[in-house]
Design a protein around this ligand. Structure first.
Ligand SMILES: Cc1cc2nc3c(=O)[nH]c(=O)nc-3n(C[C@H](O)[C@H](O)[C@H](O)COP(=O)(O)O)c2cc1C
Length: 195
């Protein structure tokens, strides 16, 4: 079977994050995002793709700051409430029953109950006709110790980070299970054993 090229997000599992921002006059906003990725390991920038008509984009442009919150699989209800198209003057934390989690380096708070919080500043926008790529620098990365080893490695079986598989008319929420394998980065740089 072949799928049309525009359904490429149907074959690529995506993370689901909640981006929290504040408007210049202090209104709290939260919105789910799937088109987001770190830019190469082990640098500290991330990139997200945004349609033009987003309060999140307006707030990032106006304040230069945002928080990327990593929700658990148990937070899909809050995610879908935040996905509604509220006008900018609505407090989306209040609508979704979210409790602010204090940030240290940026003004927008994170969201309590998440697995991790990336406090970010705007580095650059790459503007296209219909969308914008927002490059952000992660200024501070906080994690909930309950879900991580002392080395800062997430245990996905406990944390259950929310992910999604897009379909034709909806999204299927998932979370990574893992296959039990743990492979060293060093393997990539070794010629030993290569045929
Ligand atoms: C799981 C999920 C992922 C989403 N990912 C994106 C995305 O990557 N980019 C985007 O522009 N909108 C995305 N959306 C849509 C926005 O979250 C939605 O339009 C939201 O109302 C925007 O809120 P805002 O106007 O307060 O920024 C996504 C929605 C859901 C439910």
């Amino acid at each position: 079977m072949e799928l049309p090229p525009h359904r490429r997000e149907n074959v690529l599992p995506l993370p689901v994050v909640l981006i929290s921002t504040v408007s210049p006059d202090g209104m709290l906003n939260a919105a789910p995002w799937g088109n987001i990725t770190p830019i190469l390991r082990p640098l500290d920038e991330i990139v997200l793709a945004s349609w033009l008509k987003r309060d999140t984009l307006e707030n990032i442009r106006a304040t230069g700051e945002f928080v990327v919150n990593i929700p658990t699989a148990g937070m899909s209800r809050e995610v879908m409430v935040c996905a509604r198209h509220y006008p900018p003057e609505v407090d989306e934390f209040a609508e979704a029953g979210l409790t602010p989690h204090p940030s240290k380096t940026v003004r927008p708070p994170g969201i309590e109950g998440c697995i991790a919080w990336m406090e970010c500043t705007l580095v650059e926008e790459i503007c296209r006709d219909k969308y914008v790529l927002v490059i952000g620098k992660v200024e501070r990365l906080e994690v909930d110790d309950r879900f991580f080893t002392v080395d800062g490695e997430m245990d996905p079986s406990i944390a259950k980070p929310l992910c999604m598989l897009c379909g034709k008319s909806g999204m299927r929420f998932t979370c990574p299970g893992g296959d039990g394998e743990y492979r060293s980065y060093a393997e990539m740089f070794s010629w030993e054993g290569s045929a």
